[in-house]
Design a protein around this ligand. Sequence first.
Ligand code: HEM
Length: 130
Amino acid sequence: MSAPHQNPFEALGGEDGVVALVDRFYELMDTLPEAATIRAMHKEDLALIRDKLATFLIGWMGGPQRYNEKFGRVIIPLAHRPFDIGPAERDAWLLCMQRALEDRDVDPTWIELIMQPMRQMADMCMTRSA
Ligand code: HEM
């Protein structure tokens, strides 16, 4: 019997798993009608933000911490100050993340364990409350 996963990073299959999750996340953002508004906030070319979010999430989920050395120090809520993010934009972001997680081969228990702190972080990225 294999040992249970220790953290979300392992549950997702390590670096390759998190990179695949983020690829799917932006693919969904690029195509879901619900995400059109938040897609429009991003640059047309998603390559850099894909690398940034994957690098960030790899560390955040329990893998190697490389964000600072690669991209500099980031404070997630502050990084979102320039954007118009209310509840609808937050929910669209979380929808893409929830669907991307569901598309990975990961136990539903892990999905909820990942989504809980992700929702808190997304709340902190809002720049208006309604
Ligand atoms: C609440 C809804 C959210 C929206 C609408 C949103 C939108 C954005 C946008 C438009 C950018 C700039 C992209 C660019 O430069 O092309 C960005 C950057 C970023 N976002 Fe979000 N985001 C949200 C939540 C989150 C959450 C919850 C996390 C982390 C779990 C996150 C992590 C990041 C990171 C790491 C960057 C790069 C920051 C930098 O370049 O300094 N975002 N986000």
